[in-house]
Design a protein around this ligand. Structure first.
Ligand SMILES: [Fe+2]
Ligand SMILES: [Fe+2]
Length: 151
């Protein structure tokens, strides 16, 4: 885990989603060692991981939004797409410059945190207001159950 932990108030208390949020922050923080090194190969690899994790997280989050009938899912999905575009834009700037700066990392951290605090906040409130409780066992377990049910 990196130096930044998600504040209690912003936790979904849904383990896999909270873990994904923390992983996203840790991944962006792992860029720190490459500041001013011109090691764009590693930086690009981390941005690749970041994109994959964002896509997986957005898909999981939006699935739970639909399952719990969160009314703003369409608008939230637009925010997700914008965040993907923004991270690609920052990577393009880094690759064009040939090195990573502290400012690039701050920008990434800010965009990811802003989304978690401001955009994910209303969904968190929604989950609390409907009394949503994480299903027992892991998501993998529920996937297994589904397979058993559907044969
Ligand atoms: Fe999220
Ligand atoms: Fe989100």
């Amino acid at each position: 885990m990196g130096t930044f932990s998600i504040p209690e108030v912003s936790l979904y208390r849904i383990k896999f989603l909270d873990d994904q949020h923390q992983e996203l922050i840790d991944l962006v923080e792992s860029l720190n060692v490459f500041v001013d090194t011109e090691n764009c190969f590693e930086v690009e690899k981390i941005f690749g991981k970041l994109r994959d994790l964002l896509i997986r997280h957005f898909s999981d989050e939006e699935a739970l939004m639909k399952e719990t009938e969160f009314p703003d899912v369409a608008q939230h999905s637009v925010h997700h797409q914008e965040l993907l575009v923004e991270t690609e834009r920052i990577l393009t700037i880094i690759l064009g410059r040939g090195s990573l700066t502290n400012h690039d990392i701050d920008e990434c951290v800010n965009k990811v945190l802003r989304h978690m605090f401001l955009s994910d906040g209303p969904f968190n409130t929604h989950l609390h207001s409907i009394g949503y409780v994480e299903k027992s066992g892991s998501r993998q377990k529920s996937d297994e159950n589904l397979h058993q049910l559907t044969g």
